[in-house]
Design a protein around this ligand. Structure first.
Ligand code: FE2
Length: 295
């Protein structure tokens, strides 16, 4: 039986801890006890159900190599308004079968859980999150992207250093990341690392669609981040980490025996321009929406 580690009192959303001046100074906020243990468990349970219900079949062949192919591109590029499953390449054999059980092979689910799955939709549109977005300056927040990240024990994949605005770019820059620790995150199991005040770095790259139907990384600024100055954010289950869209961040491979499940939401402001060459495009039938419930 899993131990409940935080009390009901602590589990109250910590809205009052949000300090916009600290966010503007540091480029990130760490808000412990933002999500209750029960809600963390409910999201983990739902993600496991989704994995259990998913039949990977031919999809697995896309991950049997790290080489980018046209079908891999299509599966990824079409995922902006769908629920799709992405697997750890090292868990998929050359014949397209899994070396380890499905729930230990999946890297993440993306990218429209917040619109298409009732459990994640309810969580993602809570008034407390709307309040966070408003307090941090978004005037017309759009819930653009969601990801459930598994970071499985014994090899859950590294995420190399990046800025979220590389992938979700607006003019002006309005990208805001909300990262929920659904389990304790430590150095051993692959917690986030950030560069304090790194939001003052220029945007280094943009990941864009090409006219040929693929993707490319367009270099904007060659000066590297001060990677050595990055600090680990070891946080307890239930913590919300808020990231400025220019904040360099990364996470290491999970070398421990404990998973590090997390859910992330990325918001942009509807008043900003969203370029047509951003990789993530929503179909007109399922446009990105704000926090208001559907009529
Ligand atoms: Fe990120």
């Amino acid at each position: 039986m899993e131990q409940t580690r935080i009390s009901a009192k602590e589990a109250r959303p910590a809205i009052e801890a949000i300090d916009r001046l600290v966010f503007e100074r540091d480029g990130y906020l760490v808000l412990p006890d933002f999500v209750s243990a029960a809600d963390c468990a409910a999201l983990r349970k739902r993600a496991m159900e989704l994995v259990e219900e998913f039949s990977p079949g031919p999809v697995l062949s896309l991950f049997s190599t790290t080489e980018q192919s046209r079908t891999t591109d299509e599966y990824f590029l079409g995922s902006g308004d769908k629920i799709r499953f992405f697997f750890e390449p090292h868990c998929v054999a050359a014949d397209g079968t899994l070396r380890v059980p499905k729930h230990l092979s999946v890297n993440k689910i993306g990218h429209a859980l917040h619109d298409l799955d009732p459990v994640f939709a309810e969580f993602s549109r809570r008034p407390t999150l709307a309040a966070v977005a408003a307090m941090l300056g978004l005037q017309a927040p759009l819930l653009l992207q969601s990801m459930y990240i598994f970071k499985a024990p014994g090899g859950g994949g590294e995420v190399v250093s990046h800025q979220d605005a590389t992938f979700l770019y607006t003019e002006p820059l309005t990208t805001l990341g909300l990262w929920f620790a659904l389990e304790d995150a430590t150095i051993e199991n692959g917690c986030l690392w950030v560069l304090p005040s790194g939001q003052h770095c220029k945007l280094k790259q943009r990941f864009v669609r090409t006219p040929e139907g693929g993707t490319t990384m367009r270099m904007l600024d060659e000066e590297p981040y001060a990677e050595a100055a990055m600090v680990p954010l070891q946080v307890r289950q239930g913590t919300l980490v808020v990231l400025h869209g220019l904040m360099p961040h990364r996470s290491s491979e999970n070398r421990s025996r404990r998973s590090r499940h997390a859910y992330s939401l990325h918001l942009v402001d509807a008043h900003a321009h969203y370029p047509a060459d951003n990789w993530l495009q929503r179909s007109p039938s399922l446009p990105a929406r704000g926090f208001a419930p559907l009529p």
